[in-house]
Every structure is written in C-alpha cells, then in structure tokens.
Design a protein around this ligand. Structure first.
Ligand code: DOR
Ligand code: ZN
Length: 347
C-alpha cells in the first residue's frame, strides 16, 4: 500500500478568507497546504476596485507569519454598475486574476451582486476579449425555485444562453453539485471548467438532516441527493482537465452557524488536501490527485505550475471538534473523524 504521496504543490481555486480577526484565524491553514488561492471578494463592502483588491491582498499577507510562501489571487466582485475599464486595468496590471459573478442575494454577502446578467454586456465583452476568467456562483435566486434545483435551473436558463452569446469567454462554474453541471461542463469547449469542493464529493443532503439539523453540513450550493454526489465525484477523479480543486472553505464562527438562521459555509481549509486524498484513494486513482490539485487549475488560468512539492503521509489524523477560541472558534469539516492522510510538515 502506498505510504507516501508526493505531488507538485497544489493551489485552491476557490476560497473565502474573510477579514480582520477571522482572516488572522484562518489564513495560515490555507497557506500551510496551498501555494496560491483564488480569494473570494464577498466582503462588506465587496472587493470591486483595484484599490480594494490591493489593500485586501496586503491584509492577507500581513495576517500570515513572516516568510510564509503564499500568493493570494484577487478577484473582482461584479456589481451592476462596475466599470469595464476598471476590470481591464485590474487584469492587465495583475491586481485581479478573475471576476466573480454572484447573482444578487444568492448567498452570503451577495446583496451587491448582479441583478440581471443582460446588463453586463460591456463587462463580458471586455473579459472575453482579454481572456479574463469569469467565476460563477451558478444558482438562480428565485425563491419559488426549489433550493435543490437552483443550480440546474441556472445552467438551463442563464448559463446556456450566456455561453451561446460569449462563446470564447473563459468560465469557471464554481463548486458544482449536480450531474447537470458535470454534463454541461463536459459538453462545453475547453474554455469552460469547474471547481469541486471536498464536501460535495463526500456528503449528500442526508448529512444536513442526520438525526437532527446539522448546521456545519450546510453550505451553498446545498449538497444534493446521492446520485449527484456520485456524478460530481466521478468528474473530480476522472482526470479531465476541466475539473479542479476549489475548497470553497467558508468559515463562520460557531455562534453564527448554530443559531435559528445559520450561515451557509463549510470550513474545510485545515484538512482539505487530506480530505481530497482520501476520496482519490477510495476511488483507486491516487495518481490523479496531482492533476486535480496542482495541474488543471493553473493550466486553465494560464498561470505557471508551482515549483515546490508536498508530501502526504499515510498517518491516522484525528480532526478536532473545533479550532480557534472564543468568538472565533470554528468547527472544521470532518470534525471528530479520523482521516487517513496527513500533509507532512515542510523539511
Ligand atoms: O456556503 C457558502 N458560503 N457558499 C457561498 O457561496 C458563500 C460562502 C460564504 O461566503 O460564507
Ligand atoms: Zn464560495
């Protein structure tokens, strides 16, 4: 049995780092595992200017121990009124790696999101022309659409026409949860890819209601039924360059999860790579973990591969019930379980 696995240093192509004290609490977990991360811009107020992105990047670097080798890749949060010139300036100067489309009110801090994609013509034409990736939270926001159908309905009613109108636009459909999303991405051209979280290939919707309501298994898009988990899991381990690692680690303090109206988000950063490794091993394709974690993402974004390597060791790794203290305490994904892999400390 394989006892160690050495792969090129991975990146996280979808991550929430927050700000202030929470940023200081969580950033090091990601920097320990990943060389780069696409940092979501859903702060209050959202990160929608070059100036805001540069300031946030600096706060992230300041939140890490000195000498940490970690590169935050900043994302511009699209609003109805955003100026295409600001986006182009940000992309060509390296301040922005991508733009994020949150349909307004789809999820946490998305109130400033886009109310109508048809208003975004100037932005989308610019992005298509300069080759800038559009990262999409793919759920419709209509309260009348069943929450478990919102991704599939988005693909049919919004994404399909969008791709027809902008055939060369680079798109990442983020945190996919359904067989419809897998089929869509597989059928599309090489300019369409998707990120996949650990939770959506490990739990199905039963986990949210397992003997009682389980707020720490709740995220958006919400986990779907088993057939969808299996389809997304098959895509993740398929070796296709269209699918790559994006944890969507989304920390919320315990008090904001365990409450009458708990926030959406699963905090998986501390053991993300171990979690994915277990899935790839269970599927008998550990040799494909490197592509998913370290190769497909940079190739899609047109960025260089990381230079260094990391090693996973087969060591039982108990996941604590909580991490952090006081008002910043968090429950990690896999809390109370024992994972089979551990990321070796750097030599
Ligand atoms: O579960 C989620 N949490 N989904 C999102 O889209 C946003 C995120 C957050 O920021 O907490
Ligand atoms: Zn997210």
């Amino acid at each position: 049995m394989t006892q160690t696995l050495t792969i090129r240093r991975p990146d996280d192509w979808h991550l929430h780092l927050r700000d202030g004290d929470m940023l200081k609490t969580v950033a090091h977990y990601t920097a320990r595992q990943f060389a780069r991360a696409i940092v979501m811009p859903n702060l209050t107020p959202p990160v929608s200017t070059v100036e805001a992105a540069n300031a946030y990047r600096q706060r992230i670097l300041d939140a890490l121990p000195q000498g940490t080798d970690f590169t935050p890749l900043m994302v511009c949060y699209l609003t109805d009124s955003i100026d295409p010139a600001e986006i182009e300036r940000g992309y060509t100067s390296g301040a922005f790696a991508a733009c994020k489309l949150y349909p307004a009110h789809a999820t946490t801090n998305s109130a400033h999101g886009v109310t109508d994609i048809r208003k975004m013509t100037g932005v989308l034409e610019t992005m298509q022309r300069i080759g800038m990736p559009l990262l999409i939270h793919g759920e419709v926001t209509d309260r009348h659409v069943d929450i478990f159908d919102r991704e599939a309905v988005f693909i049919e009613t919004i994404l399909t026409p969008l791709v027809a109108d902008y055939p060369d636009l680079k798109i990442v459909l983020e945190h996919i949860t359904t067989s419809e999303a897998v089929d869509f991405v597989n059928a599309a051209g090489p300019n369409i890819a998707a990120t996949i979280t650990p939770q959506h290939i490990i739990i199905n919707r039963n986990a949210i209601f397992d003997g009682g309501i389980r707020p720490h298994a709740y995220c958006l898009p919400v986990a779907k039924r088993e057939q969808h988990r299996l389809a997304v899991r098959a895509a993740a381990v398929s070796g296709s360059p269209k699918f790559f690692l994006g944890t969507d680690s989304a920390p919320h303090a315990i008090g904001r999860k365990e409450t009458a109206c708990g926030c959406a988000g699963i905090f998986n950063a501390p053991y993300a790579l171990e979690s994915y490794a277990q899935v790839f091993e269970d599927e008998g394709v550990l040799d494909r973990l490197e592509g998913f974690a370290s190769l497909h993402g940079p190739r899609f974004y047109g960025l260089p591969l990381n230079e260094g390597m990391v090693t996973l060791e087969r060591v039982d790794t108990p996941v604590p019930d909580s991490l952090g203290e006081g008002a910043l305490a968090l429950v990690p994904f896999h809390a109370g379980e024992t994972l089979r892999w551990r990321l070796a400390e750097k030599a």
